[in-house]
Design a protein around this ligand. Structure first.
Ligand code: PXP
Length: 251
């Protein structure tokens, strides 16, 4: 069994995409996602996550280098499995690249990557990223089939999509919420047994983060939309600090 030690401290990666969404709404340069990255660094965030979408609806190409220059925090670049994104990743060499499924019309990343069904397409992308020293993560549903596919691809990290868990909570469906949570917990343990580091993210809020943060095998959460929304009311510093507190209380 090739199991990795479980870490005590759960890292918080802050997804700053939606600072750029607000900026882009007016076409200028305010609010600047780089300033958000600096604030995250100042309040003890563990990483910056940014999704360069094909349509550039939030983060843009030039933001990546600016974020990398502005802070020493590791950058986790979320990217579709395309040749264009691969070239951008190889040029910028972020600390990590999280491969996500991307559909042009979707509002956000609505489901996990079909790592099992797309094995052949993913092989060269994962291996070229790995050869460049970039830590590859696959954003997948918490399913054994997808985890096994990640293992076959040699991905050192997976990020479990917590969208179904979050939706169940919003729907007030406690049974589904509990079963989604149990599924994520089971797959986190299995990932560790396979020697893969499990992360989680999507739709996490102050209300639903604690049960996820309490899963001992998880090493990192990536949280964006809720934090940027809260920042409107309490400031980004306070929003990140509060999320950090809740995550620490859960461990
Ligand atoms: N992780 C991944 C891979 C994502 O694509 C996203 C954004 O969809 C997030 C985490 C953050 O999700 P949210 O913005 O809902 O917190």
């Amino acid at each position: 069994m090739n199991s990795l030690p479980t870490s005590g401290k759960l890292r918080l990666g802050v997804n700053i995409d939606h600072v750029a969404t607000i900026r882009n709404a007016r076409g200028g340069d305010h609010p600047d996602p780089v300033r958000a990255a600096e604030i995250v660094a100042a309040v003890g965030g563990d990483g910056i996550t940014a999704h360069l979408r094909e349509d550039r609806r939030h983060i843009r190409d030039e933001d990546l280098a600016r974020i990398q220059t502005a802070t020493d925090l590791p950058l986790n670049l979320e990217m579709a499995a395309t040749e264009e994104m691969l070239e951008i990743a190889l040029r910028h060499k972020p600390h990590a690249a999280c491969i996500v499924p991307e559909k042009r019309e979707e509002r956000t990343t609505e489901g996990g990557l079909d790592a099992a069904g797309q094995h052949n397409r993913l092989v060269p992308i994962v291996s070229r990223l790995r050869d460049a020293g970039i830590r590859v993560s696959l954003f997948i549903e918490a399913e054994e089939r997808q985890l096994e596919a990640a293992r076959l691809l040699g991905a050192p990290v997976v990020e479990f999509h917590t969208g179904e868990y979050a939706h169940a909570g919003l729907d007030g469906d406690a049974g589904r919420e509990a079963s989604e949570l149990a599924r994520i917990a089971r797959m986190s343990a299995l990932a560790r047994e396979m020697g893969i580091e499990p992360h989680a993210g999507h739709g996490l809020t102050y209300e639903n983060v604690k049960p996820i943060a309490a899963i001992p095998e998880l090493a990192e959460l990536n949280i964006g939309h809720y934090l940027v929304g809260e920042a409107v009311f309490v400031g980004l510093e306070n929003a990140v600090r509060r999320m950090r507190e809740l995550m620490d209380e859960a461990r």
